[in-house]
Every structure is written in structure tokens, then in C-alpha cells.
Design a protein around this ligand. Sequence first.
Ligand SMILES: Nc1nc2c(ncn2[C@@H]2O[C@H](COP(=O)(O)OP(=O)(O)OP(=O)(O)O)[C@@H](O)[C@H]2O)c(=O)[nH]1
Ligand SMILES: [Mg+2]
Length: 254
Amino acid sequence: MGARAASSQGLIARARLWEPAAIGRLLSVIENHPERWPDLQRQLEESRPAGSVSTTSRVVGVTGPPGAGKSTLLDKLLENLVGRGMRAAVIAVDPSSPFSGGAVLGDRTRMGAAAHDPRVFIRSVASRGAAGGVADSTAAMLVLLKNLGFPVVIVESVGAGQSEIAIAQLTDFRIVLCPPGLGDDVQALKAGILEIADVLVISKGDLPGSELTEREMRSAVGLRRGRKPPAVMRVSAVTGLGVAELVGEIIQGI
Ligand SMILES: Nc1nc2c(ncn2[C@@H]2O[C@H](COP(=O)(O)OP(=O)(O)OP(=O)(O)O)[C@@H](O)[C@H]2O)c(=O)[nH]1
Ligand SMILES: [Mg+2]
């Protein structure tokens, strides 16, 4: 066995013990050396302890326009999940920051207590350039985190453009946030990302105008053709309205 294979086996063993530094290093290998992923994936499969990995882990996409309240809501979802005794891993795809420092710290600093709970693993990924590249490395990261046995793996991404639709396609369950007061941007939301939603969350449900947005979206989703319309839920990260119900939807069947 080469030195590199031995070192990744060591990392995998430590990652299976939920050691954050080891998980982080494996994710860095995927991000910076995508050519090593096939080997890494094979090692993961070979070292998978029998019966220990949940076969029903769920990959959840949280998406919506910039500032919709994704990170704040995610913190509440994580708090609720760990309160139920569940581990969770988060990949936050941050397209806005060209500085890796911003991407690494940006989302976590906006999250509260749950981001520091030892049962929660969070990694930010700067999407920088190529859309396909982000989707490819994100796909590999999700496979890794599922394989490590996280029952819930969440991807936060901004719902604008092709890379987000590509990321959405990697998920089992998709939550699209729509904050009140989007105005004409609602049209764009309806035309694009809304098509993929399993649950449409009217975020910032404590704000005036959110009930109107909820009514508008309820009538809009009924028009979606081909698939069952998404559930519409008004949720507030501030008051906690709807948070437990949303988590109930996420973990249904796990
Ligand atoms: N009133 C109210 N404000 C909220 C709520 N959730 C988030 N906010 C505020 O909305 C702003 C944006 O929240 P974020 O959670 O950073 O939104 P985001 O969608 O992650 O933003 P980006 O990652 O930059 O796209 C912050 O100022 C939050 O405090 C909520 O439930 N109610
Ligand atoms: Mg965010």
C-alpha cells in the first residue's frame, strides 16, 4: 500500500469516529484533488463497517435567494435535529465570496449555537468559478458524508442559476425559501427553483407581509404541472414558528 493510501485510510478511520479535523481533511482532498476521489471512494466502501451506516440517510437541499434566511433557519433546524439525538452535516455553498476566508467563516458566524454542537459538522465551500466543478465536488462530498453515517446531510446554496439546480439534483429532499417582499423576483423563483421544491418555506414568517406571501405562493404552487405540488409552510427562525414541523418533514421515513 502506498503512503498516500495508508494516510487516507487513517483519516477515514478517524472520520468514522466523528473527528472533525479528519472529516475536514477528507473534504479538502475532494475539493483540491478531485482526481483522488475515485480511490478515496473505493477505500470508503471497503472500510465501511457492516451494519453501522444508516441506509436511510437523507440529503436535504436548502436553497433560496440571497438573504432569504437560509443560514439562520438552518441553525434552528440543526438545533431541533440534535435535540432529537440526530447528527447532521452541512455543506454551505457560498457563491458570494471570492475570498476563501469569507467562505469559510461567513455562514458559520451567522449561525448560532447549533453550529458549535459536537454532533453537527459544518463546512463552507466557495463556489468561485465553474458551475460544473462545484456540483461535482459537492456530489462527492455528499457521498462521503453519507458514507460516514450522518443520518442527515444538508446542502445550503443560493437559488440562482444552473449550479444550484445541479446541486438540487444531488438531494433527496428540497426546501426552497421564499421570504416576504420579494416583489417581481417571485416570478423568477416560480420559473426556476420552485419547480424542484418538495417544501416551499415562506421564511421570516414573523414579518408583516409573510401571510400574504404564503397565500400567493399557495395559489402559485397549485399551478405546477406534472408533479405533486410542494407543501407550503410559513416558518420563522425568530419565533420558531413551523420549525419542528419542517424537521418532521425532513426526517420522515428515516
Ligand atoms: N425577522 C426575521 N429575520 C430573519 C429571519 N431569518 C433570518 N432573518 C434575517 O435575515 C437576514 C439574512 O439571513 P441569513 O440567514 O444570513 O440569510 P441567507 O439566506 O443565509 O443569506 P445568504 O447566505 O447571504 O444568501 C439576517 O439579517 C437575519 O437576521 C426570520 O425568521 N425572521
Ligand atoms: Mg447563508
